[in-house]
Design a protein around this ligand. Structure first.
Ligand code: NAD
Length: 284
């Protein structure tokens, strides 16, 4: 495999997981975020995740140390200048991602692939702000990254077959199963998942059942491993809100209208597990 070095932009829920699985596969990883606190938190999350794998006897202490030794952290985007691929996992915001890709295009080596872990934003539009549109692609990992097998690989309209193949091979190299999807709002996974979560939020907002009740109904009745509101907390309520807005605006179809509770929860700082409170309270 030609890819040996990976830059990960954003050390949050997804970025630290992506860094972990790439480093565990032996790739050299540079994990970048905007501040020291964010990269430190990302690295701590990776260490705890590896400790859990040790407890479950899935990896050894030596595996943990070698994974950690493959990860460098930085707060400077310029540090990603020589990596073979960048996987961007910053906040789900189109303007922010377009600006990041403009910058990455300028500072990364000419043959580097620029991938985004976006949940919903048009890869074709992201590719369009770079001078290397054929080297831009979606690599949509699932949360929690170390546990979930799928990588939805999304081709921008411009993505070359060679780049698609490299990203397909990289996904397999890090132990994931790539599945190809075309570029469209929410792609495949979130086109189906997020409207269900949005409907669960409406059911909660209308007071039809408690959060626990809604989740129990979907777990016991539909054999879902996790209820939709707990899953929303795991994903992040700001991210769920961002994705349903992309679906609503992208298709112009009222069936994707966002539940008003998203805006309220985000305004209150109730972002789910990552902030300690969402539909459930994680403080204790
Ligand atoms: P998060 O809020 O946990 O983390 C986002 C991180 O990006 C933060 O640490 C933030 O400081 C950092 N960031 C913001 N602006 C930045 C910049 N300019 N440069 C570098 N870092 C920056 O969010 P997340 O859940 O990890 O989501 C990241 C991406 O992954 C989003 O595009 C999201 O849609 C996607 N995604 C999320 C999930 C999920 O379940 N949470 C699943 C698949 C994909």
């Amino acid at each position: 495999m030609s890819i040996k070095t990976v830059g990960v932009v954003g050390a949050g829920t997804m970025g630290n997981g992506i860094a972990q699985v790439c480093a565990a596969a032996g790739l050299a990883v540079i994990l970048q975020d905007i501040g020291e606190a964010q990269v430190e938190r990302g690295l701590n999350t990776i260490a705890s995740s590896l400790d859990r794998l040790i407890k479950k006897e899935k990896i050894s202490e030596d595996d943990k140390q070698s994974t950690l030794s493959n990860i460098e952290t930085t707060t400077s985007l310029e540090a990603l200048g020589m990596v073979d691929i960048v996987i961007e996992a910053a906040t789900e915001n189109e303007a922010l991602k377009l600006e990041l890709f403009r910058q990455l295009d300028k500072l990364c080596k000419a043959d580097a692939i620029l991938a985004s872990n976006t949940s919903s934003i048009s890869l074709t539009r992201i590719a369009g702000v770079t001078q290397r549109a054929e080297q831009v692609i979606g690599m949509h990992f699932m949360n929690p990254v170390p546990m979930m097998a799928l990588v939805e690989v999304i081709r921008a309209l411009q993505t070359s077959d060679a780049v698609y193949q490299q990203v397909h091979d990289l996904s397999e190299f890090i132990g994931k199963i790539p599945v190809e999807a075309k570029d469209s709002p929410g792609f495949v996974a979130n086109r189906i998942l997020i409207p269900m979560i949005n409907e669960a939020a409406y059911v909660y907002y209308e007071g039809l059942a408690s959060a626990e009740g809604i989740d129990e109904i979907m777990k016991l009745g539909m054999a879902h491993p996790m209820g939709p509101l707990m899953l929303a907390d795991l994903i992040g309520l700001d991210t769920c809100y961002a994705v349903i807005k992309v679906l609503h605006e992208g298709f112009g179809d009222s069936k994707y209208r966002p539940c008003p509770i998203w805006q309220q929860m985000v305004d209150a700082g109730y972002l789910g597990r990552k902030s300690g409170r969402g539909f459930y309270n994680y403080a204790e």
